[in-house]
Design a protein around this ligand. Structure first.
Ligand SMILES: Cc1cc2nc3c(=O)[nH]c(=O)nc-3n(C[C@H](O)[C@H](O)[C@H](O)COP(=O)(O)OP(=O)(O)OC[C@H]3O[C@@H](n4cnc5c(N)ncnc54)[C@H](O)[C@@H]3O)c2cc1C
Length: 418
């Protein structure tokens, strides 16, 4: 019988294994892929934004679901501890815009290598190509059903068990929601899962296709439902072949409740947020005056990116070859409204294949926040994305994985008897 079995060799599984082994425990790490850290490899566009210099309080403000649950583990293993942990293991780090911390090499593979090296130093046993298909409590701990390479089925026994199987997003990396199924089979409460930090689909798909690749910086957005503003932001967004994406949209997907998309959600884009309605009107009047004998289309060139121009023209219903001097006041007002309040209808979120994280998961009510141990099943722990905790982009999600993993690893090291 193994002392401790950890299911899932991602960020949380590796960190938990290291902490338990540092405390002298014998650890077996099971990973269904052919290598460890497949998702970690693609984080931060291959550069791995492994944490953020924000302190625990500030970090909790960027955690959307259950920030208070993270209070204890973020304090006992903070982003400072993450930096120290990796730095002491020879990984040079750097801080970028917004306090985001990356390896100096810009290579996520260096983060994985640092962890793998640590696991080797600590003699953690690793079994790759090994998929856990079920878990159940047994007399002395837990029984695991395991599918090994070439499909061989076997049972393993563990005195303590850690579930670090991640969520459902980017399933090709191995995160296929197995931990949710294990929790469900044990009767543990789960919060509904949805893709989060994910692009959005819009009704005006043809327009989006025409605008595909256009990135709007310094743009204002407001999502409205039945007259109420659900989310407002200022920054960067991107048009794609199916709708919209980019940093602001991903953040919005994490903040807006899932039921708001039913029947469509109104998105209003302020294309000129630096100018008030009045100032923009004055600017239009000035531009119109300068080109009064030219076709209307020429009066807008300095105002909008080229890709956006035909879409705005069409929506304004002002013929592009109309002479500027004959554009009516109503037409100008229509144009003004479009520039300040360009409307789109969001019909839903894209799927897990494109989601950075999974919202929902094992209810934090089931878990001791100091140790990540199940309240109902002593000796069973949940760490990382499998838990109902998620955050904005910026290194916070990986910090959730490191902090929860360190909390469980340390608790396992101190557990008596194991
Ligand atoms: C494209 C992308 C970019 C991202 N960039 C960042 C970033 O820069 N910064 C940041 O903070 N966060 C980022 N994230 C989020 C971050 O990757 C996750 O929050 C984090 O990886 C969660 O760690 P985890 O260990 O809980 O799960 P995972 O990393 O998903 O690891 C789970 C592991 O468990 C294994 N597993 C699953 N089921 C079984 C089973 N039944 N048996 C055996 N093994 C199993 C899987 O194969 C996998 O290796 C990004 C996510 C994506 C998709």
């Amino acid at each position: 019988m193994a002392e401790i079995v950890i299911v899932g060799g991602g960020a949380a599984g590796m960190m938990c294994a290291a902490h338990a082994a540092e405390g002298g425990r014998e650890v077996l790490l099971l990973e269904k892929n052919e290598k460890l850290g497949k998702k970690l490899f693609i984080t931060g566009k291959g550069r791995c934004n492994l944490t953020n210099e924000a302190g625990p309080e500030q970090m909790m403000e960027c955690i959307i679901s259950n920030p208070r649950f993270m209070n204890s583990s973020l304090r006992s293993f903070s982003s400072e501890d993450t930096v120290r942990y990796f730095s002491e293991r020879g990984l040079a780090l750097k801080t970028e815009r917004g306090g985001r911390i990356f390896p100096e090499s810009d290579k996520s593979s260096d983060v994985i290598r640092a962890l793998e090296k640590r696991l080797e130093e600590l003699s953690v046993r690793i079994r790759l190509h090994t998929e856990v298909t079920g878990i159940s409590p047994s007399e002395e701990g837990y029984l695991l059903s395991v599918r090994s390479p070439r499909g061989k089925e076997e049972n393993l026994r563990a005195k303590a068990l850690v579930i670090a199987t991640g969520g459902l997003s980017y399933p090709a990396t191995g995160s296929t929601g197995d931990g949710f199924r294990f929790a469900h089979s044990l009767g543990l409460a789960l919060k509904d899962r949805t893709p989060s930090l994910v692009p959005m689909k819009v009704k005006e798909i043809e327009e989006c296709r025409r605008l595909m690749g256009l990135s709007l910086k310094n743009t204002g957005i407001a999502f409205r439902k039945e007259g109420k503003v659900l989310f407002r932001d200022f920054g960067e967004m991107l048009f794609t072949h199916f709708g919209i994406s980019g940093p602001m949209i991903l953040s919005a997907s994490a903040r807006i409740p899932g039921d708001a998309y039913k029947g469509g959600l109104s998105l209003i884009i302020d294309l000129k947020p630096a100018l008030s309605q009045e100032k923009l009107d004055q600017r239009l009047l000035r531009d119109f005056k300068e080109s009064e004998n030219r076709n209307f289309i020429h009066a807008l060139h300095g105002l909008l990116p080229g890709k956006l121009l035909p879409v705005i023209l069409e929506r304004s219903q002002i013929p592009p070859d109309k002479k500027v001097h004959s554009v009516t006041r109503q037409e100008r007002e229509r144009l003004l409204r479009l520039l300040k309040e360009f409307p789109l209808t969001v019909t839903g979120l894209r799927g897990y294949e494109e989601a950075v994280i999974t919202k929902g998961g094992v209810s934090v009510k089931e878990i001791h926040p100091k140790t990540m141990e199940s309240r109902k099943y002593p000796g069973l722990y949940f760490v990382g994305e499998v838990l109902d905790v998620d955050a904005l982009t910026g290194g916070y999600n990986l910090q959730i994985a490191w902090s929860t993993a360190a909390a469980a690893g340390r608790a396992l090291a101190e557990r008596k008897p194991i």
